[in-house]
Unconditional design. Structure first.
Length: 165
């Protein structure tokens, strides 16, 4: 099983297209989708549901935009609620992060890439001992054209498909 966590308020966004590509790449695989942008999402009891799904998942795919050098607030809140200090998901062997940045790689590096640090220093140690993290980021989104966006989606599809092997 693979858990896919999606967070973006606009359905017509590149992030929504990224989610769709990831789900298509996982077709035929048991998938638990956590849509943090769903306005009808009733969080009562969902923390336990999400944690139970993570405990059965071999992979985790996070799909979100990077805003103000970090994940959206809804995703950070989900991390805080589901990845509690006592939570460990030792079945997770791979984490793939699919994100976008409005600014360049250089600017993000200078800012410290807090989203990358959160996943590698906070989530990964709570997963399988040899859990690998893959960072798929489109930098400079604010100035890139449709060809770079298409290549980003293609890369997401290829890397998420690699979860199956």
């Amino acid at each position: 099983m693979v858990t896919v966590v999606y967070c973006h308020p606009l359905e017509a966004s590149l992030t929504a297209a990224t989610r769709d590509v990831a789900l298509e790449a996982l077709r035929g695989v048991a998938t638990h989708l956590v849509d943090l942008s769903d306005p009808d999402r009733d969080t009562t009891g969902l923390t336990e549901t999400d944690a139970a799904a993570l405990s059965r998942s071999s992979g985790l795919v996070l799909v979100y935009p990077t805003w103000w050098s970090g994940p959206p607030g809804a995703l950070q809140r989900w991390f805080d609620e589901v990845w509690t200090p006592s939570a460990h998901f030792e079945s997770i062997e791979r984490i793939i992060v699919c994100t976008t940045h409005g600014s360049s790689k250089l600017v993000n590096s200078l800012e410290g890439e807090s989203g990358k640090r959160t996943v590698s220093r906070y989530l990964r140690p709570r997963c399988a001992r040899r859990c690998r993290v893959e960072w798929i980021a489109l930098y400079g989104l604010d100035r890139c054209g449709p060809d770079r966006r298409a290549r980003h989606l293609e890369r997401v599809g290829q890397r998420v498909t690699s979860l199956l092997s």
